[in-house]
Design a protein around this ligand. Structure first.
Ligand code: ZZB
Length: 262
């Protein structure tokens, strides 16, 4: 599985847990849809998943945050100084997502200058980097999780998320899909009456529909490839982001099949 690794730069003031790091710090999100980056409104972390902060780049002049499993994979893909070696930031080999929530971020191509790290409870720790960049216009999961945070003040308070980090952010129309309009994920969530991020089966159905139609029939409404099919823009946006140093390629090795039944 080839992903695009999007680098979301952590802005000052950094969360206390990251404040001592001298290098530039990035949350690195794995996406299959780089052409949707124009519609980012936030980034998601799982509050209870353990992330790692590690040195990246040939000069180790950057720090990436991702799961330790993803860090190990990245070390074999030329993203660390020494092949196969991950050097963790002292004391930050394991840091749970909750300690990074609320961080202000600069998200490549996003219309907002600052977006925020928000909690998503359905993130899997064995897929991608465990960091998910959020495009509520075209991802039903992202729209549902943002909706939960907007509707539920206690949920925001539980994780120290202020109103300013959530309420001003609306889905951005970036892809026009015949029959679904320019906000495909909110449209599908409304049609299927999806109320929360926990409605797994309905969200899976919504995702399939939006994915299929968006990727093959969707037409770009914004950005450098306006008028092109989303599927064609995908590669162009990936190339552009990598050329500008805002992204990398990231390959997820096939999962080993381990029999648990003996
Ligand atoms: C931005 C984006 C925009 C995404 C979109 C999707 C969509 P798949 O097909 O199941 O492999 N993702 C990445 N890592 C995780 C994780 N650890 N846990 C939960 N979700 C994760 O899904 C790949 C997508 O799942 C990735 O692409 C990422 O969200 C999310 F408009 O990035 B995507 C209709 C989907 N639209």
């Amino acid at each position: 599985q080839e992903y695009t690794l999007i680098k979301l730069k952590v802005l000052d003031p950094k969360p206390a847990a990251l404040a001592a790091i001298k290098e530039d710090v990035f949350l690195v999100a794995a996406t299959l849809r780089p052409e949707t980056m124009y519609g980012q409104t936030n980034c998601y972390l799982h509050p209870d998943i353990a992330y790692s902060a590690f040195y990246a780049g040939p000069e180790e002049d950057k720090v990436y945050i991702a799961t330790a499993r993803a860090a190990r994979n990245m070390s074999y893909q030329g993203m660390t100084k020494e092949n196969g070696v991950v050097r963790f930031v002292p004391g930050l080999e394991k840091i749970t997502g909750d300690k990074i929530l609320g961080a202000a971020l600069s998200a490549p191509l996003a219309k907002h200058e600052r977006v925020y790290a928000l909690p998503m409870l359905t993130i899997k720790d064995d897929k991608g980097t465990g960091v998910v960049t959020s495009v509520p216009s075209d991802s039903p999961d992202d729209f549902a999780a943002l909706g939960d945070l907007k509707k539920k003040k206690p949920l925001r308070e539980k994780y120290g998320i202020t109103d300013e980090m959530v309420l001003p952010f609306e889905p951005v129309p970036i892809i026009e899909i015949e029959g679904l309009g320019s906000l495909a994920a909110p449209e599908m969530c409304a049609r299927l009456k999806i109320e929360s991020q926990n409605e797994k089966d309905k969200l899976e159905e919504a995702k399939k529909e939006v994915y299929l139609k968006g990727f093959y029939d969707g037409v770009m409404l914004v950005g450098d490839f306006v008028g092109q099919k989303a599927g064609d823009a995908k590669k162009c946006v990936q190339v552009k982001l990598i050329a500008e140093g805002l992204a990398d390629k990231y390959v997820e090795p096939e999962k080993k099949i381990i029999s648990r039944s003996g």
